[in-house]
Write a protein that binds this ligand. Structure first.
Ligand code: ADP
Ligand code: MG
Length: 251
């Protein structure tokens, strides 16, 4: 394992001059980002700016070609052991909930702990119920995802990730596929998680959420981080014209 100096100084995720191409297309350009333990970062930017690709690189759903990515002291290299380690530590919630449709809500929550972590079934179920309570839907445990609303399914997806007891949670537009009336029930769960001290990296355009919980807002455009700042300063005093344009379009 490639332990980095960063593990000891409170850094959870570090991206150093990260570059990535899809064929000829330069999708991530010299990305530098440091996420401290317990820090909550909101990433925003126009569609196609590379937000999903960047966070997918952090749990190695995508591979970067240049630079370094270090997650909780483990560098992402082609060493499969490191990738495994990192996947266990990183929870991910997608826009489309990606629940297993043929498994109940509770089975969705216990599958990975049982088969990946080797947790005994009873313990996994107890943990699953704990997290379903945390996202306020324990009464749905025996239902199938198709019987739930979009907001409920997304809360199950969050509970399922938490069951692996990750050190960091990545969210990729978790509310953008939801009907408007369901957005707040998911954001409330995310706010609760933020207040519990979880390190979070959230791609979202929910700027109310950003103001409430983010330590920093990062704006991406054209594969680059254009600027990053505390929410107050980011919204009241954006530096770049591209950021100003973006904010004028979404606020
Ligand atoms: P965002 O999440 O900010 O909307 P993405 O990271 O999804 O942006 O995509 C950034 C760019 O990379 C887009 O132009 C997209 O079309 C392209 N892209 C994303 N995934 C792939 C892929 N697997 N192969 C080729 N191009 C891709
Ligand atoms: Mg995206």
């Amino acid at each position: 394992m490639n332990m980095s100096e960063s593990a000891s100084n409170g850094t959870m995720v570090e991206l150093l001059d990260v570059n990535k191409w899809f064929g000829q297309f330069h999708v991530l350009k010299n990305i530098n980002l440091n996420v401290a333990k317990g820090e909550r970062i909101v990433i925003c930017g126009p569609s196609g700016s590379g937000k999903s690709t960047m966070i997918r690189c952090i749990n190695r759903l995508e591979e970067h070609q240049q630079g370094r990515i270090i997650v909780d002291g483990v560098e992402l290299t082609s060493d499969l052991k490191n990738i495994d380690t990192v996947r266990r530590e990183v929870g991910m919630v997608f826009q489309h909930f990606n629940l297993f449709p043929h498994l109940t809500v509770l089975e969705n929550c216990t599958l990975a702990p049982i088969w990946v972590r080797g947790v005994p079934k009873n313990d996994a179920e107890e943990l699953g119920m704990q997290y379903l309570e945390r996202v306020k839907i324990p009464e749905q445990a025996d239902k199938y995802p198709g019987q739930l609303s979009g907001g409920q399914q997304q809360r199950v997806a969050i509970a399922r990730s938490l069951c692996m007891q990750p050190n960091i949670m990545l969210f990729d537009e978790p509310t953008s596929a939801l009907d408007p009336e369901m957005i707040s029930e998911v954001l409330d769960v995310m706010i609760d998680l933020a207040e519990s001290g979880m390190t979070m990296l959230c791609v979202t355009h929910e700027m109310g959420f950003a103001r409430k919980v983010a330590n920093r807002v990062v704006f991406m455009d054209g594969g680059e981080i254009i600027e990053a700042n505390e929410p107050e300063a980011f919204f009241s005093n954006p530096q770049s014209d591209r950021t100003k344009l973006f904010l004028s379009q979404i606020l």
